[in-house]
Design a protein around this ligand. Structure first.
Ligand SMILES: C[S@@+](CC[C@H](N)C(=O)[O-])C[C@H]1O[C@@H](n2cnc3c(N)ncnc32)[C@H](O)[C@@H]1O
Length: 314
């Protein structure tokens, strides 16, 4: 009889409390990936304290990240998803401030990824914001990057090397597993590829299948791509601003361990319920890589309202 035992089931935990305190309970250098979206300081319901100006926001968040970085393994990563802080319609791009802060802590930027989505507030005195960024840092030069699990289909799979390419002339030039998804996350799902060649993970708004009571979830798919590319099964993934546990769900979905820290017990509890639903195969998830559905030309929403036609001809 061999004494091999199966790998233990991955653990998913959401701890309640202030990240600045609770992070002390996480082992130093124990996590392969820290993925998070901190509060943007834009007056959301969970930003209970008075809105901070940008400098006091940075002063507040900086010690949390300093401590959080200690939890990342030497060959680990930090993925930070942020938008902008707004004050009197003035835009403060948070990735600008975070880049400086994390660079000063020795983190090395590998990609600044644009996450584009189609919905959000309609601005009146500036162009409406329709993208946020994801900064991916490694802690050292020695880091893992698993491209194959996140490759996407080639745009031109039939492309071949030119007849002048020594040794390769006429051979297929692409990788049969797909292409690198790039830092402007694209997809090439068949039906929409020609019209909308953008990997358009919708943000989690009203009719998104993952929507909970949290006003600012990120989609599981966004975290999944980082989890798959930057970690291996059994690794630990940490989110110190866990909200309703999206990063932990993405970790567990791919046999990694997830630790979330969330100050609001209500959100933490929703996160724990999502973990249970995932384990039971009952969590509503948008399938990874599924294209955004565009309305067909025949649908009512694709046609300009009759009232507009009248207005425009008056
Ligand atoms: C942008 S949301 C994160 C949402 C998350 N990515 C998700 O998909 O659910 C930021 C979260 O940080 C939490 N938060 C704010 N201050 C915190 C602190 N000091 N420690 C831990 N969590 C905090 C907020 O309650 C909020 O849920």
């Amino acid at each position: 009889m061999n004494n091999l035992s199966p790998d233990p089931a991955p653990q998913g935990t959401i701890l309640t409390g202030d990240a600045l305190q609770i992070l002390n309970a996480v082992g130093n250098k124990s996590c392969s990936l820290l993925i998070t979206s901190p509060p943007y300081n834009i007056g959301k319901i969970y930003e209970r304290e008075k809105k901070r100006d940008i400098n006091s926001y940075v002063d507040w968040v900086s010690p949390i990240f300093k401590l959080a970085i200690e939890k990342i393994a030497d060959d680990g990563h930090l993925c930070l998803q942020v938008g902008a802080h707004l004050r009197n319609s003035e835009v403060f791009p948070l990735d600008y401030y975070f880049y400086k802060m994390l660079f000063d802590h020795g983190m090395k930027l590998r990609n600044r990824i644009i996450w584009r989505f189609n919905f959000g507030l309609n601005a009146k005195k500036r162009f409406s914001g329709r993208y946020e960024t994801l900064l991916w840092f490694s802690k050292s030069e020695n880091y893992k990057f698993n491209l194959d699990p996140v490759r996407i289909p080639q745009i031109y799979p039939g492309k071949r090397h030119s007849s002048k390419k020594p040794g390769k002339a006429g051979q297929p030039s692409g990788n049969p597993l797909g292409k690198n998804p790039s830092d402007f996350w694209e997809f090439s799902a068949n039906e929409h590829f020609n019209t909308e060649p953008v990997w358009d993970i919708p943000n989690v708004k009203a009719n998104h299948p993952e929507k909970t009571q949290h006003p600012c979830q990120f989609p599981v798919e966004l975290a999944e791509r980082c989890v798959l590319a930057l970690t291996d099964p059994g690794d630990i993934i940490l989110d110190p601003f866990a909200g309703v546990g999206t990063s932990v769900v993405a970790a567990l979905k791919h046999d990694r361990n997830g630790i979330g820290i969330e100050i609001d017990e209500g959100y933490a509890q929703v996160g724990r319920e999502r973990i249970t639903l995932l384990r039971n195969g009952e969590l509503n998830l948008r399938p990874i890589g599924k294209p955004v559905r565009l309305p067909r030309a025949t649908e009512a929403v694709s046609t300009a309202p009759i009232e507009w036609k009248q207005l425009l001809t008056e």
